[in-house]
Write a protein that binds this ligand. Sequence first.
Ligand SMILES: *Cc1c(COP(=O)(O)O)cnc(C)c1O
Length: 403
Amino acid sequence: MSKHETRASEALSERFEAAFIPTYGVPPVALARGEGSKVWDVDGVEYLDLIGGIAVSSLGHAHPALVEAVSRQVATLAHTSNLFLHEPEVLLAERLIGLLGVPARVFLTNSGTEANEAALKIAIKYGKANGRTYFVATENGFHGRTLGALSLTGKPAIRDQFGPFPIDVRFVPYGDADALKNAVTDECAAVFLEPTQGEAGVVPPPEGYLRAAREICDATGALLVADEIQSAIGRTGHWFAHQHDGALPDVLTLAKGLGGGMPIGACVGLGQAGTILAKGDHGSTFGGNPVSAAAALAVLDTIESEGLLEHVRTVGAQLSDGIAAIDHPLLAGVRGRGLWLAVVLTADRSARLQAAAQRAGFLVNALQPDAVRLAPPLVITSEQVASFVSALPALLDEAASDD
Ligand SMILES: *Cc1c(COP(=O)(O)O)cnc(C)c1O
C-alpha cells in the first residue's frame, strides 16, 4: 500500500502516541467502523475481524439487535446510579441466574477486573469469618489490572512491580490437580481459576481439572471462583465454559462478551456465596447501568434467537479442524474450544504472523511469542472462516521467512 493510502492511519497514530500514557504502545490499526465480522480502518481498508475486541464483540459490529437495544435505552433512561433501580438490570440478573439454573445472586460491574474485585471481597469476607487467611491462584493466570485482581494474577512481569499486595496469594501450576490439592487447606479462603487460561495463550486444562478443583474445594471448604470473563457467553459453544466440565463454581465472574462491546461485568454468587456480602459492603456508581444492561440482554437474546451456541460449535470446529489440517513447518497445532483458539507456532514468530495477516486483511492477536489468538465474533460465517483457513498457509510462509 502506498504512503498516500495510509495517511489517516499514520496521522492518528502519531496523535495517539503524543496524547496517551504509553501503556499499550501504539496499536497497529486505527479502526473506524464495523459491520458483522468485518471492520474498516480510517483509510477505508477492510479486514476480517478474527479477534473481536478480545472476545468482546460477540454479536460482531453494529448488530441491529444491539444497536436497537442501546439506542432505545439511551433515549429512555441512560443512568440511575444504585440509588434507584431499573428494569434492565433486574431482567439481566434474572436472566443470568436462569442460565446457571441454580439459586444465585448477581453484582453488576463495568469491567472484568471489577467483577473479580467483587469476587475477592466475597472471598475475603468469607475467609475472615472462618479463619481462612490465604488464596490460591494459578501461574500465568490473568484476572485483571486493578490491585486486588492483579494480586491474583500469576504473571510476574505485570504483577511484581506493583506489589507487595495486602493479601496472601499462593500460585500453583495451572492444570496440575495434585499441586492444587497440596496448596488448598482448610485455611484457604478461595481458589481463583480460569476454566481455560485466556491471556496465557488459550490454554485448556487437562480433562477433569475443574471437577478436581471442585472436589478439593468441597473437601476443604474453600470457595471456588471461576473467572469466566473471557470464556463465557457462548465463546466456547456453551453459555459458560465450566459447563464442559460439569463443575459449578461458588462464584462466577463475567465481562468481555456479555455486553457485546458495551462495558459491563458481573460477579455471580451461587447458593450461599450469594449471601456473603451485605448492605454497604460494596458498590459501583456505573455498575449495571441501564444502557449496558440493555446491551447485555440483547446479546443474550440474540445468542438464543440466532442459535449462536450451535453455530459457534460448528464454525469453531471448522476453524480448528481447518487449521489442524495444514501441514506447515511453522505450525505446531491449534488449541482451544469453540471460537476461542490459539494457533500455536513452532517458533517465536507470532508478531510476524499477526503482521502478515493484517497485510492480507485479517485481524488476529499475537498473544504469546509462539501463539496467535483467534476470538472472532460469534456470528462469523462459515465462508469467512474458510477464507482465513485458505489464506493461512501463505501467511505462515511469510511469518517464517526472514525478509
Ligand atoms: C480480560 C480479563 C480480565 C480483565 O477484564 P477487564 O475488563 O480488562 O478488566 C480478567 N480475567 C480474565 C480471564 C480476562 O480475560
